[in-house]
Design a protein around this ligand. Structure first.
Ligand SMILES: [Zn+2]
Length: 434
């Protein structure tokens, strides 16, 4: 039974969207004007690139096709008044395409899902649970940013050889590829800094290697991005599937917490001035464990999709690049807004990173810890894919180390921005509870 006095999931999403835009100083009329400008930009792009998405794009036997006419995306108007129509239509298509292939028996959390975007200023998405339908709200610039990032980094990680896609191996081969294409490293940094400063990237951000070109090299980047997007949605779905009971209970969480609490008693509590309540720490620790479990489940779903598509390696690159890019973005944000905290964190590793995230009441464990947690899960239960994930990860470690070196040079040269978009300064929790 639905209580008619309760807002629907669409109404709740609309309220968060309105709050998020209001935080950036947008009135409802200005939101409409912004959507109109997106529409004009995409129409002019579609006129200039009539063959965009016309080739090399397969859909499964006619059902749930992904709309390839960009202008047509504005014909379907979302039921939420503050939802940008273009990305909503695209997200909905891509999600249906994924779910009909991957899910056999759908739980209601899977079939009754409303997807939305808003300038939430959290480098992630939010799960919104409701009795009849569920919602997932994604930070509005995240997908454009990640698409651009995957597209660029794929040109370091893959290459074309006689029309076939090949992988660039970790070590000397990848080093040589990076040296020969160092401008890509700088473009990756520029893309990250632009997102930090502007809060969005202009959609759909095409580049010369997009799909309407015959010698497209971007296929690896597209598969990687699909894997990343599936990962983001499936991670939130993990939270929704746990409702209404709450969390998925992991048998070892109780014991691991007691071990962690011993460290708190011995080494943390004597060092901090504020009181530390055991039950509060337990709550955050359990939430963080649930996040890592959600990451593991999401990677498994990406793997299911990759096996259907016969593209395991590049698709699994999607979630792995997500962890690295989340870490990178956090780093760039802190360099600009809180360099002291960054210096402190740089001295931490292992369990101390988990403790620092708990003490800061972070919604998620730090990306490094999430990545290590997922690898640990796979190591314990899914040995064959553990090796593949580790290989994916090693290549990213190599590329991101180079990115960090270049970034450090920019920091030293005083070439980093002084201001970031207002969206990164707000709190996501405040948007939901206002
Ligand atoms: Zn989560």
């Amino acid at each position: 039974m639905t209580d008619h006095l309760q807002p629907t999931v669409e109404e709740r999403i609309a309220q968060i969207q309105l709050n998020a835009y209001a935080n950036l100083g947008y009135s409802p009329m200005e939101i409409s004007a912004y959507f109109k400008s997106v529409r004009e930009r995409i129409e002019s792009f579609a006129d200039k690139r009539p063959n965009y998405l016309s080739q090399n794009f397969s859909t499964p036997s006619g059902d749930n096709p992904i709309e390839r006419d960009l202008k047509a995306r504005f014909h379907s108007i979302p039921t939420m008044p503050f939802q940008e129509p273009f990305i909503h239509s695209w997200l909905t298509d891509v999600w249906h395409y994924h779910r009909v292939r991957v899910y056999k028996n759908e739980a209601p959390a899977v079939s009754n899902l409303v997807l939305g975007t808003a300038p939430t200023g959290g480098f992630n998405a939010l799960a919104i649970h409701d009795q009849s339908k569920n919602g997932i709200l994604i930070e509005d610039g995240l997908l454009y940013f990640c698409r651009q990032f995957c597209s660029l980094i794929s040109r370091l990680l893959y290459r074309q050889n006689k029309g076939r896609m090949e992988f660039v191996n970790v070590g000397d081969e990848l080093d040589a590829q990076i040296s020969a294409n160092h401008s890509i490293i700088e473009s990756l940094i520029d893309t990250t800094v632009d997102y930090l400063v502007d809060g969005f990237l202009v959609p759909p951000n095409p580049h010369p290697l997009d799909q309407d070109d015959k010698d497209s090299e971007v296929v690896g980047g597209d598969l990687m991005f699909n894997g990343l997007m599936t990962f983001v949605i499936e991670h939130e779905l993990h939270h929704l599937l746990a409702r209404p009971e709450g969390k998925h209970l992991l048998s070892n969480v109780k014991e691991s917490f007691e071990d962690l609490w011993k460290i708190f008693e011995k080494d943390v509590i004597p060092q901090v001035s504020s009181t530390v309540e055991k039950e509060e720490v337990r709550q955050i620790f359990e939430d963080h464990q649930e996040e890592i479990y959600g990451d593991y489940r999401a990677v498994k779903m990406v793997l299911a999709q990759a096996r259907i598509d016969r593209s395991i390696w590049p698709t699994l690159d999607g979630p792995m690049v997500f962890f690295h890019v989340t870490e990178l973005f956090r780093w760039v944000l802190l360099v600009t807004t809180d360099p002291e905290r960054l210096k402190l964190e740089a001295q931490l590793d292992g369990v101390w990173l988990s403790i620092a995230a708990i003490l800061h009441d972070e919604s998620h464990p730090y990306p490094l810890v999430r990545r290590a947690g997922v690898l640990e899960f796979f190591k314990r239960v899914d040995e064959p894919f553990y090796g593949i994930l580790l290989e994916r990860d090693e290549r990213f470690i190599q590329v991101f180390n180079t990115i960090r070196q270049s970034l450090l040079r920019r920091v030293k040269d005083g070439a980093m921005p002084k201001q970031v978009s207002a969206k990164w300064r707000g709190s996501q929790k405040a948007l939901v509870s206002t």
